[in-house]
Design a protein. Structure first.
Length: 183
């Protein structure tokens, strides 16, 4: 289905996206996924969300992850930063993101969305790469939007840490220079 960049195309995209996410969220709510509480120490991220995002991080962030940090510290810090960022999203955006997490946590929906049947903890880097590539190159706009959202969230949270500045070529925050004027 070709969707043109027009008001009609935007409406088609919105209706298709809403239908897919609603079906996924409905299925997830029937299985009890979306009713799970946040993981210990987190405000919104659930254990399954952390498992999913932890599987994506090494593939999306490539050579810069875990950088100078140990893998455990890098994962914990990244997940807490993602949790903090997600809590700042407006209610609608946060709800849509949580629905996306619900969809990728359900094995039948994962397979329908071009991911593996096994849990994200069991996914290899090749499985995650294949999943991300299929979403990035999909003819379905909601998948491309999901890919962009997940990639941007991970990158924003990872590269704002001082330990990652060197791997991105960023020299660090500007230093305040006190200039004294001769009297």
């Amino acid at each position: 289905m070709s969707i043109t960049t027009s008001r009609r195309g935007f409406m088609q995209l919105s209706a298709t996206s809403m239908a897919i996410l609603s079906m996924g969220a409905g299925f997830a709510s029937l299985t009890g996924c979306s009713k799970l509480p946040a993981a210990s120490g987190y405000q919104v991220l659930r254990a399954g969300d952390i498992e999913f995002l932890s599987a994506l991080a090494p593939v999306v962030l490539a050579q810069s992850y875990p950088g100078t940090l140990s893998p455990e510290v890098a994962q914990e810090r990244l997940m807490h930063m993602l949790d903090k960022l997600i809590t700042t999203l407006q209610g609608y955006a946060q709800g849509q993101l949580m629905m996306l997490f619900d969809v990728v946590q359900s094995a039948p929906l994962r397979v329908a969305m071009d991911a593996q049947w096994a849990s994200w903890a069991q996914a290899s880097a090749a499985d995650v790469e294949r999943f991300l590539t299929s979403w990035k190159a999909s003819a379905i706009p909601i998948k491309r939007m999901g890919y962009g959202s997940l990639s941007k969230l991970l990158c924003m949270c990872w590269y704002q840490q001082p330990e990652t500045f060197a791997s991105s070529g960023y020299p660090g925050m500007p230093k305040k220079v006190n200039i004294t004027h001769p009297a």
